[in-house]
Design a protein around this ligand. Structure first.
Ligand SMILES: Nc1ncnc2c1ncn2[C@@H]1O[C@H](COP(=O)(O)OP(=O)(O)OP(=O)(O)O)[C@@H](O)[C@H]1O
Length: 228
């Protein structure tokens, strides 16, 4: 008999997150399977970013439990937080690239911080930049790139360390349709290579994809799945 629980890489049990009197998430229970690609949607303020932040201990839950790849986030000692964070690659809507470092350096920094051997870093950086079509711009500085190009570098940076989980917070929010489609195609590539991917988005074009599970937050609560 298959135990479906073993296939989950992330589990949230009755998770609440409060900021003072504001309930950003209320009683969220959710399982995300290994190598799933999941969209989290909902209006501005519904709790999408909060949900992503809780997964890598960017914030702690107020109540409830989260398990990530076997780690119970309520119980992990501070010394193990870097081990948790290395499971994630994170893509932000506003790219968050370092403007004074080149494209190459922005990606290499993540690998250096993760303690990768210096001898393997150049090959790895070139390989992820090649996937997102930015290898020929590796000596450019982010301010000289378009928004779509910066986001492609941000995707490469998130994927460079071969994280088990990639979180993307409105990754196409400031891009036109064509650039947004490219970003999603690169995320699909890393998904095919085995990553679990969670995308928080309002982008109606992305949400039209028939093959991807969509969960919806409203005022911090997860809506029940729509009947099929
Ligand atoms: N650090 C914080 N302090 C206080 N309130 C916060 C904080 N972070 C989020 N909130 C509140 O929690 C609620 C959920 O915010 P969150 O950023 O998760 O929403 P979101 O769905 O990601 O919205 P958007 O699509 O606009 O990014 C909002 O009402 C927000 O104002």
């Amino acid at each position: 008999m298959t135990d479906t629980r073993d296939e989950a890489i992330i589990r949230l049990f009755h998770v609440h997150k409060r900021y003072g009197a504001k309930a950003a998430l209320q009683d969220v229970t959710l399982e995300i399977a290994k190598n799933e690609l999941l969209f989290v949607t909902g209006r501005s303020g519904a709790g999408k970013t909060t949900l992503l932040r809780l997964l890598y201990l960017g914030e702690a839950v107020s109540e409830g439990q989260i398990l990530v790849d076997g780690m119970n986030l309520s119980r992990i000692p501070r010394a193990r937080v870097p081990t948790l964070r290395r499971k994630f690659g994170i893509i932000f809507q506003d790219y968050k690239l370092i403007p004074t470092k080149t494209v190459y350096e922005n990606v290499a920094l993540v690998l250096e911080a993760a303690g990768r051997k210096p001898s393997v870093i150049p090959k790895k950086v070139r390989s992820v930049l090649r996937i997102v079509g930015m290898e020929d711009r590796m000596n450019a500085f982010p301010p000289s790139l378009s928004g779509g190009e910066q986001q492609r570098v941000a995707v490469a940076r998130a994927a460079a360390g071969d994280p088990k989980i990639i979180l993307a917070d409105e990754p196409t929010g400031s891009l036109d349709e064509e650039a947004a489609g490219l970003i999603m195609s690169y995320l699909d590539t890393f998904h095919t290579r085995g990553a679990t991917i969670i995308v928080a988005t309002h982008d109606k074009e992305l949400l039209k994809r028939a093959d991807t599970r969509v969960v919806q937050l409203r005022d911090g609560r997860l809506l029940p799945p729509a009947p099929v």
